[in-house]
Design a protein around this ligand. Structure first.
Ligand code: FES
Length: 241
């Protein structure tokens, strides 16, 4: 079964399993069964337990596809700009969740050449501190709260759907839809939308991912729970640029 078919088949499961957050539709949105975010100690992650400005890592929708979870510590607005995947398909970002709508999640697979966090090293990282880069107009720009890939210096804006601010990336990072339960603060991942790189990721890195995650099938669904940890606890060396 093709992965996208798997996602579509699971749409009703995802809708049934997710609670609290309305599942607004976005172009290219692919539902997967919901995965509850939990800690090393098997406790549910809550919005208030996240350290603002700290990048966390979890795997979704597949057991080997990494995602960033970030409390940006700033309110976000849904659909503030029109985004496009590299096929030209337009979509709107759904915005962050949580009491301040500041919690966001994105695929951590760079849309350029798929640099991603591995156990030894990560060239892609979230920077809460100011970063200087050459923007699309070729001018020097300094900005905080960016996702920066130091492989070839693509820079993404997580406050606005991970649109591309700089570098060779042809599309935003795929967005991960989160469900937030306002009464408990619990968070779940429920869908992926925008231009995802999963198929190409498995083609290029599937063998290595299977070894790193000690699994037979790196394209297996992650399950109804997915563990989060700080990026710094997963990756031995984080490259900053
Ligand atoms: S892989 Fe990220 S900029 Fe090239």
């Amino acid at each position: 079964m093709k992965r996208r078919e798997f996602g579509q088949l699971c749409a009703s499961m995802a809708a049934a399993a997710s609670t609290g957050t309305p599942l607004a539709l976005a172009s290219e949105r692919t539902s997967y069964p919901a995965s509850i975010l939990h800690t090393d100690h098997n406790e549910q992650v809550t919005a208030s337990s996240l350290e603002p400005g700290t990048p966390y890592l979890f795997f979704y929708p597949y057991i080997s596809t990494p995602c960033f979870l970030i409390d940006l510590d700033i309110e976000t607005r849904a659909g503030s700009s029109n985004l496009q995947d590299q096929t030209g398909e337009a979509y709107k970002w759904l915005g962050g969740v949580g009491p301040k709508r500041s919690i966001v999640a994105y695929s951590a697979i760079c849309a350029h050449k798929m640099s991603h966090p591995a156990k030894e090293i990560s060239f892609i990282n979230y920077r809460h501190d100011p970063v200087t880069f050459y923007n699309k107009a070729g001018k020097t720009e300094q900005r905080q709260r960016v996702i920066s890939c130091c492989s070839e210096r693509s820079v993404y804006d997580p406050v606005d759907g991970a649109r591309v601010l700089a570098g060779p990336a042809p599309q935003p990072l795929a967005a991960i839809e989160l469900a937030y339960e306002s009464d408990t603060g619990a968070l779940s991942a429920t869908a992926s939308y925008g231009g995802d790189m999963y198929h190409r990721f498995f083609e290029k890195f599937g063998f290595r991912a299977a070894i790193e995650h000690k699994v037979g099938d790196p394209a297996a669904w992650v399950g109804d729970k997915t563990k989060i940890r700080k990026l710094s606890e997963y990756t031995g060396q984080i490259i900053k640029c």
